[in-house]
Ligand binder design. Structure first.
Ligand SMILES: Cc1cc2nc3c(=O)[nH]c(=O)nc-3n(C[C@H](O)[C@H](O)[C@H](O)COP(=O)(O)OP(=O)(O)OC[C@H]3O[C@@H](n4cnc5c(N)ncnc54)[C@H](O)[C@@H]3O)c2cc1C
Length: 387
């Protein structure tokens, strides 16, 4: 990895944050011919939330723009090996939402209708069909399910490698172990970024700092309403006789989910007692909560051992929608963050959008609904399909 010892004195644009969002953005800028693109990452590339994600890529959202970004990203992930020379282990085994109330079924029926309007093959299915797709589940209390066969999952570390290599081949500088420490502003214009390794003169900053975005926003007096919230995952020991092509299966009522991971399973769930903050240690409390969820929804897994258990941060916004846009001032401060736990699956499309915002041309969708100022007046329009 390139380090801050070779800090350039000047950049046309400085991207702060070397997770999947920042690296995709740096790649798309450099590939479009923007010179002197510099990304600064305070740790290693992908060492924030990206490297801790479950890798799920799904298109089943409730909001049109979220569906469109997810579809665009899934298309890039499908072509990733060819375009970037990096295998990302994409497995399109589908995403299956298990539903246990009439209210959630109605909401998912509306979502599926919108997804179908946008060309997606998602559909409502019976509990019996859900059980055929994921035989590990106990169907007690379920009333229906929603399924999209083209969704799936892939490996975040491989995506980071693929985008980073391509960004560098196009001339972008990705500097690791180089934290940004401030932004210099003169007469409402950005004039530089301060880092641990020195100062970079620039007139444009793109904040892609994930759960840490709020602090970067404060340097420019831009309110980026992002709150960190710990989420935990585990991978089981290898298990005999596991179906190899399980869909990414989510028990929507409890948020418990599972998918194949090597010869075992990856299991996740939210923690009902979690409080906002930069808490990164995995907890025994969560292990006990997830074992209850397993007993309830997938009792066959109750005896499986835990091989790995880790925690990462969701980057929550008040309406669970991303913050994507350019600040009203100072000039020019752009941001992409607050994906509320769904940024990996959006990153390829978001990189394209950030490129277009930087170049002053219209992105493939109107992103005005994601502007950071929306919380000042508009009634919230929340994304409902968040787990
Ligand atoms: C347990 C878990 C499971 C998840 N599962 C999924 C999933 O299945 N699918 C999905 O789409 N999403 C998932 N997510 C969410 C996903 O990980 C994030 O939405 C996504 O990684 C956000 O990427 P990012 O690049 O915006 O942020 P990050 O990957 O967090 O990158 C931000 C980077 O900014 C750096 N940074 C911060 N401050 C500074 C500074 N001052 N100077 C320099 N660098 C700085 C950080 O070190 C970090 O590397 C999951 C998250 C968790 C925690």
């Amino acid at each position: 990895m390139e380090t801050s010892r070779r800090l350039p004195g000047f950049a046309r644009v400085v991207v702060i944050g070397g997770g999947v969002t920042g690296i995709s953005t740096a790649y798309h800028l450099a590939a479009a011919g923007v010179t002197d693109v510099v990304l600064v990452e305070r740790g290693a590339l992908g060492s924030g939330s990206t490297g801790r994600a479950a890798g799920g890529v799904r298109t089943q959202f409730s909001d049109r723009a979220n569906i469109e970004m997810a579809v665009r990203s899934l298309n890039t992930y499908r072509q990733f090996g060819e375009r970037f020379g990096q295998d990302i282990d994409l497995r399109q085994t589908g995403y299956l939402f298990l539903l246990d109330s009439a209210a959630t079924v109605s909401a998912f029926e509306r979502n599926v209708a919108l997804q179908n309007e946008l060309g997606l093959p998602s559909r409502m299915i019976s509990v019996a069909e859900a059980k055929r797709l994921t035989p590990l589940i106990d169907t007690d209390g379920l009333v229906a399910a929603a399924y999209s066969p083209t969704d799936g999952y892939c490996t975040p570390e491989s995506v980071v490698l693929g985008f980073a290599g391509a960004a560098r081949r196009h001339g972008a500088r990705l500097l690791t172990h180089c934290a940004a420490t401030g932004i210099d502003i003169n007469a409402d214009r950005i004039v530089g970024v301060r880092t641990e390794g020195g100062r970079i003169e620039t007139d444009t900053v793109i904040c892609a700092a994930g759960a840490w975005s709020r602090q970067i926003g404060e340097w420019t007096s831009t309110e980026l309403a992002v709150t960190p919230l710990r989420r935990q995952l585990l991978v089981t020991e290898p298990m005999a006789d596991l179906p190899p092509d399980l869909p990414f299966t989510i028990d929507f009522g409890t948020s418990f989910y599972l998918r194949n991971e090597g010869a075992g399973l990856l299991l996740g769930a939210s923690d009902l007692g979690e409080t906002p903050g930069y808490h990164l240690g995995p907890t025994e409390d969560w292990l006990s909560q997830i074992s209850h969820a397993v007993q309830h929804r997938a009792p066959r897994l109750a005896e499986s051992g835990v091989a790995h258990h880790w925690a990462g941060l969701y980057e929550m916004t008040p309406d669970h929608n991303a913050l994507i846009g350019e600040a009203d001032g100072p000039s020019r401060f752009l941001y992409a963050g607050g994906f509320s736990g769904h940024g990996f699956m959006m990153a390829p499309a978001v990189g394209e959008i950030m490129r277009d915002l930087f170049l002053g041309r219209p992105p493939f969708i109107d992103v005005s609904q994601f502007h950071a100022r929306r919380f000042q007046h508009a009634a919230p329009h929340p994304e409902l399909n968040i787990v």
